[in-house]
Design a protein around this ligand. Structure first.
Ligand code: GCB
Length: 860
């Protein structure tokens, strides 16, 4: 770049940092920061959400004021100096040489400040920045800055790059809400040509009027000039002029998503009257059309494209929000490898490198304003004007800063904004704010549709006085976690398609998508049978298999819904959240397809690879983290895009199975004692897993009514399995509502079954059970059933018969009578004989529901 054009200097190194100083003394140039930490920017002080660690000082969840200081060299004489912050969280105040340059409110957007007047010649200019990520409590600087809440950590600091930009007094405007100052869009398009309108904002910071020579060029991907316009733009002193020019691109090469992400570039160059180049800005241009139809879905360049993808938060293990370019690249590579064609940038404006990657790879983006849950602070009824102004400013920033990215298909005006009175907030009406934001987005960018994600509002026709927001934006994304946040059973997931179809019917003419869906999956927690017990949706455990199953069954239902224009998995990566303690982590939302540190692809990741990728053969054996198996007879599951797959165990051929909706299951595979090498093959791909079975050769121990196994009295019990009918339930329910108002945490009084030295066998139960059918070797067994009465206060209210293979039976089992009271342990022992490979325990109901809490099957 010629020396006279814009000079951009990264301010990455040489910063000093300290946390927790409330006064403004560090803003003074003479302040002594010699004992501060030496840091590089991007930086955040928060270390929340590192797996396996408790929330303590080492992971640092502190929210408050973090100060950054460094020195800075002035640009060459006659140049203006602008400081550019790609983001600073949440509220940033900036001083240069003790002169306050300004404040920015909002954690996610780029902003620039004019430092020219405060700059002194030489290199001793002292830059001081205070970033404040305090919780938005009354009196804090963040009280009105959106988002006021959300299921994610608001990391603090200068977590994106900081640069100094030196320019001539006449330059492409740098003060347009962090935007590039050059904005192109396709104004008309047909087979013969595209008309591209390019608007350039030119600033003159000088005291005299000027005439800028503006050259706007469109270059193709090879750098060849395809269109050009030269203009003379007069600019008054200390003013901004806006120029719009139209350029024609003949025979345009479309930006066509993953298939062909062809990019042109817009180059705006400014010369002075003598022809010297004084500024230049380059921006991406993609020539494409998008349309969303309520009945036919999403169209790219006139062709239907079903959007299927993931949501992404901008954090990761050890780094928090302070991501490197390589981090963004890795995330995008993982998403591409998954087979997604769209990413929802939840729930806020993300870093430019990620938008650039989407442009260059052809990923379709849902870009989103950081407005979540609340449209008013706690205790306040209506959106205060300061909050509304902030949301509007952030909306403008989002759109101007990302206007030129062809990957952006829609602007979301918010997520799950509703009347949160049912979560303990003051009843308020979010409609005025949402309507204003939608209108603003349409004004800022008439070329793109708007959208919003909703979860919890009433539907038309329901008796509920909360407002319906669906329909304010051009399209909607319904966030639905059926099978996860529900009554507690994974089988509810089967209602998803019917529910979405009903929503589609209730909002005729409105393009509908599934904005979020999914479930939690802890890496170290496993279950033998996803139907065995209650889903612990905001606590523990969260077996990985549940997450997989929810995705298997969700995708099977939604893939055929033609009108559903898109579906976004919640979420691509585990992400930090202050409000969570669940699965095997603290401060992490476990719904990622990939772990927080990006090191582990969960089984659900491979499910989508199998479901979405057609370009490469995919085969993945599930359960590689559940290596030490509780049961000898297991269903083996693989994910594949091949029609069928074959399995062997320790070289023994188990046979072929069909892969239906990407899922291949081999039923009741008998493992060898000790090590098992499982190998699956399909077409040219193969995958293997190493499991162990170290239990008794023919013994089976089942913990009824739960998704988790346990070792009790030295005996390994698997989670509930081999059952027919009934429902599993824990004796002690634990419920912790996220986003809950203080005091709304609910925990039943801790109940414990007595009359046993093995209370862990009586922590759950299956009631309403019809039978257990357990695959075992033929022979003689002793069957012990553990049970108790959890609910009834008298004998005679629950009575059933039990019969086992071989004919032995016990009639009139009454847990209350047997245990001599409620919550008292009881056992039944029956001899069994098996000659057909299945040990059956039949329960026949007489009064109330049959019940069982654990089963021991021991070979005689
Ligand atoms: C939602 C929210 C998202 C949460 C997610 C969850 O509906 O939009 O921010 O993280 O659910 O995991 O509960």
């Amino acid at each position: 770049m010629p020396a006279e054009a814009r000079e951009v200097q990264a301010l990455a190194d040489g910063w000093s940092f300290d946390f927790g100083i409330a006064d403004e003394l560090p803003a003074r140039p003479g302040f002594d920061d010699s004992d501060w930490a030496k840091v590089a920017v991007p930086h955040t002080w928060n270390r929340l959400g590192n797996p396996g660690t408790a929330r303590d000082a080492t992971i640092n969840a502190d929210r408050g004021m973090g100060w950054y200081r460094r020195t800075l060299c002035a640009p060459a004489a006659g140049k203006r100096s602008f400081l550019e912050f790609d983001a600073a969280s949440i509220v940033a105040d900036v001083w240069l040489n003790g002169v306050r340059l300004g404040r920015h409110e909002g954690a996610f957007s780029r902003f620039r400040l004019d430092a020219s007047a405060a700059m002194r010649p030489g290199c001793d200019n002292v830059l001081a920045v205070r970033t404040d990520n305090s919780k938005p409590d009354p009196g804090s600087a963040t009280w009105h800055v959106v988002p006021l809440s959300g299921d994610f950590m608001m990391f603090g600091g200068l977590y994106r790059p900081v640069t100094q930009i030196a320019v001539d007094p006449v330059h492409i405007d740098l003060m347009d809400h962090g935007g590039p100052g050059v904005y192109g869009h396709v104004a008309a398009l047909d087979a013969a040509g595209a008309e591209v309108a390019v608007r350039t904002r030119l600033a003159n910071d000088g005291a005299k009027a000027a005439e800028a020579r503006l050259r706007v060029t469109i270059l193709d991907a090879d750098g060849k000039v395809v269109a050009r316009s030269d203009r003379k733009v007069p600019i008054a002193a200390d003013a901004v002029a806006s120029d719009e020019t139209r350029l024609r691109v003949a025979d345009p090469h479309r930006w066509n998503g993953l298939a062909d992400p062809y990019l042109y570039r817009i180059l705006a160059e400014v010369r002075d009257a003598k022809g010297r180049l004084i500024d230049r800005v380059e921006q991406p241009l993609g020539i494409r059309t998008i349309a969303i139809d309520a009945d036919k879905g999403f169209f790219l360049n006139g062709k239907p494209l079903k959007l299927h993808g993931v949501s992404r938060h901008q954090d990761r293990y050890a780094r928090g929000w302070a991501l490197t370019k390589a981090d963004h690249e890795q995330d995008m590579a993982l998403i591409r490898d998954l087979g997604a064609n769209t990413v929802r940038l939840s729930h806020y404006n993300q870093a430019t490198p990620f938008y650039d990657l989407a442009d260059s790879t052809g990923m379709i983006l849902w870009a989103e304003l950081g407005l979540v849950n609340q449209t008013a602070p706690k205790g306040v009824k209506d959106t205060p004007p300061e909050m509304r102004a902030n949301a509007e400013m952030q909306m403008i920033e989002l759109i101007r800063q990302n206007y030129n990215h062809p990957s952006v298909a829609m602007w979301s005006i918010g997520n799950e904004v509703t009347n949160w009175s049912w979560k303990g907030l003051t009843p308020s009406n979010p409609r005025p704010l949402m309507e204003a934001l939608n209108a603003l987005a349409k004004r800022e960018d008439p070329t793109r549709p708007t959208t919003m994600a909703t979860c919890c509002e009433p539907l038309p026709g329901e008796d509920d006085d909360r407002p319906i927001l669906t329909g304010i934006a051009d399209t909607v994304g319904f966030n639905r976690y059926i099978g996860w946040y529900g009554k507690g059973y994974v089988d509810e997931v089967e209602d998803l398609a019917a529910h979405l179809t009903e929503l589609h019917r209730k909002f005729p003419g409105l393009p509908v998508s599934l904005g979020e869906y999914g479930g939690g999956g802890a890496l170290s927690q496993h279950t033998d049978n996803v139907h065995g017990g209650k889903v612990m949706n905001v606590s523990r455990p969260q077996p990985e298999e549940i997450e997989s199953y929810i995705h298997e069954r969700s995708w099977a239902q939604i893939k055929g819904l033609e009108w559903l224009y898109g579906a976004w998995v919640w979420q691509m990566f585990d992400a930090a959240s202050e409000v969570r303690e669940e699965g095997d982590t603290t401060d992490v939302n476990t719904k990622g397809l990939v772990s927080f540190d990006r090191k582990v692809k969960k089984d659900a990741y491979y499910f989508y690879q199998a479901a979405w990728r057609t370009d490469v053969p995919v085969l993945h054996l599930t359960g590689k983290r559940y290596t030490d198996r509780a049961y000898r007879s297991v269903d083996v599951r693989a994910y594949s895009n091949q029609p069928r797959a074959r399995l062997s165990v320790n070289g023994r051929d188990i046979g072929w199975t069909n892969c239906i909706d990407a899922v291949c299951v081999w039923k009741s595979v008998r493992l060898d004692a000790g090590a098992n090498n499982l190998v699956a093959e399909a077409g040219l791909v193969r995958d293997s897993a190493e499991w162990r079975y170290d239990g008794g050769a023919n013994d089976v121990h089942i913990r009824s009514g739960t998704l988790t196994g346990a070792v009790v009295g030295g005996v390994r019990y698997g989670s509930d399995n081999y059952f027919d009918g009934g429902k599993g339930a824990p004796l002690n329910r634990f419920r912790r509502e996220i986003y809950a108002a203080p005091g709304s945490e609910e925990q039943d009084p801790h109940l414990q079954v007595t009359g046993t030295d093995q209370p862990a066998l009586y922590e759950n139960y299956r009631s309403g059970i019809a039978a257990y059918r357990v695959p075992v070797a033929n022979g003689r067994y002793r069957v012990t059933l553990h049970l108790f009465e959890p609910a009834e206060d008298a004998a005679g209210k629950r009575v059933f018969d039990v019969a086992v293979s071989g004919g032995a039976a016990r009639r009139g089992v009454d847990p209350f009578a047997l245990g001599k009271g409620k919550l008292k342990a009881a056992t039944i022992v029956l001899p069994a004989r098996v000659s057909d490979g299945i040990l059956t325990i039949d329960f026949t109901k007489r009064v109330g529901e049959p019940i069982v809490s654990a089963v021991d099957i021991v070979a005689e």
